[in-house]
Write a protein that binds this ligand. Structure first.
Ligand code: SAH
Length: 389
């Protein structure tokens, strides 16, 4: 993908100096590594101590633990950073959230940090923002664009899903790429546009890029044909032993909420039963479940509530064959949850990624649900940091 006549490091040699805001479990940092950009992460910032434990476990550096809202222009200046990578909380913009946008307290730290840009003596040259679909129509987005315009940034925006990169995972997300003038994008014809296609990242020229409105069924059906099967992402391919009869789950019969004791999973000897979906839940919520098979080419977005709730939080895997459409046969499918490792695989996290032992199963799903697709963000970062000569 990389061309010799474009450079993606500072002065051809010096690494770009990067700050990672809302670092979570480090999806941005893995993306930067995968993008093979010559960059160094100077500091990561997150308020969540469990996320910081996971980050430290994998990168050997503990993020700055505090509220991003309290950072000053002088604090930021100290890093002499070239790039800011930001994945602020998405709840203000989700359909499940109240869509209060900038009025939601969780949005304020993001706007606050952007507002520091003109007060810094060394404003960033590159900015990358990740968020949920819906952000692009929020008032926070409007304010962000206004700040970027005023500070001489040129932007290109994308809404992309891992399905467009051969990964059998539907997780459409919004991305804003911004460069401060006189820096330019490789495909400058897309300046100030919102694209639904990865075309520019794949070196496709203007004529071959799918039109913004080409989100037809045909387009998505075509993509699915090129996706790998889900089985390539599974750590545990065999069928579930005895379905849920020996399940360690303590499911509440009538509630969608799955009240399980997920204590110390590291020492659970019965690995498989931990992930089985209890038959009481299948009976009660089977119709609302998104069920996939190892040969399927698509599964649904895993949210931070996966494993706690079954409806709309992510797909369940059928470990035995059955008739997909027939409700009465649902129990024969021996449904199980995807394991955190499998969710990490679908997020294209490297095999080396691990959770520290003390992080509970529920916390693992929550942290992964908040994280991002390295398979999508890496090519976006590579595109962002690539400078035309
Ligand atoms: N991209 C990250 C996850 C981003 S989710 C990953 O790959 O895991 C948003 C993160 O922002 C959460 O980890 C949350 O703890 C953190 N956060 C939210 N508000 C914050 C604030 N005001 N200051 C610092 N961190 C904050």
């Amino acid at each position: 993908m990389e061309s010799k006549c474009f450079r993606n490091s500072k002065d051809g040699e010096q690494p770009w100096r990067v700050l990672e805001f809302y670092s979570g479990i480090g999806g941005m940092r893995y993306s930067l590594i995968n993008a093979a950009v010559n960059a160094v992460v100077l500091e990561a910032f997150d308020i969540n101590d469990v996320a910081n434990d996971v980050y430290e476990h994998n990168f050997g550096h503990r993020p700055h633990q505090g509220n991003i809202q309290t950072l000053s222009a002088a604090d930021i200046d100290g890093y002499k950073a070239d790039a800011w990578l930001l994945s602020p909380p998405c709840q203000p913009y989700t359909r499940q959230g109240l869509q209060k946008g900038s009025k939601d307290a969780r949005a304020s730290s993001f706007l606050k940090i952007l507002e520091l840009i003109p007060d810094t003596t060394r404003p960033p040259l590159f900015l990358f923002v990740e968020n949920v679909v819906g952000f692009e129509t929020s008032d926070t987005h409007e304010m962000m664009m206004e700040i970027l315009r005023k500070n001489q940034f040129v932007t290109q925006e994308f809404i992309l899903s891992p399905l467009q990169f051969g990964i059998p995972y539907s997780r459409p997300r919004y991305y804003c790429l911004a460069k401060r003038k006189p820096l330019t994008f490789r495909s400058a014809q897309h300046d100030n546009q919102l694209l639904w296609s990865p075309g520019p990242l794949l070196w496709q020229d203007e004529n071959t890029i799918d039109k913004d409105d080409d989100q037809s069924q045909e387009y998505w059906d075509g993509l699915l044909q090129h996706c790998q099967p889900i089985e390539n992402f599974l750590e545990w391919k065999g069928s579930a032993n005895g379905c849920d009869s020996k399940s360690s789950f303590l499911a509440d019969n009538d509630s969608e909420k799955v009240d399980k004791d997920d204590g110390d999973i590291g020492h659970n000897s019965d690995f498989s039963s931990q992930y089985l979906v209890p038959s009481s839940l299948v009976k009660r919520w089977g119709n609302a479940m998104d069920i996939v098979f190892p040969h399927s080419k698509r599964c649904c977005c895993f949210t931070k509530s996966y494993y706690r709730y079954v409806k709309g939080t992510g797909s369940l895997l059928a470990t035995k064959q059955g008739t997909e459409k027939c409700k009465s046969s649902l129990e024969e499918l021996c449904l199980r949850y995807f394991t955190p490792r499998e969710v990490a695989n679908l997020h294209s996290f490297p095999a080396s990624f691990q959770f520290p032992q003390h992080v509970s199963l529920r916390q693992r799903y929550a942290l992964l649900g908040n994280s991002l697709s390295v398979g999508v963000v890496a090519p976006l970062l590579q595109y962002l940091f690539t400078e035309p000569p």
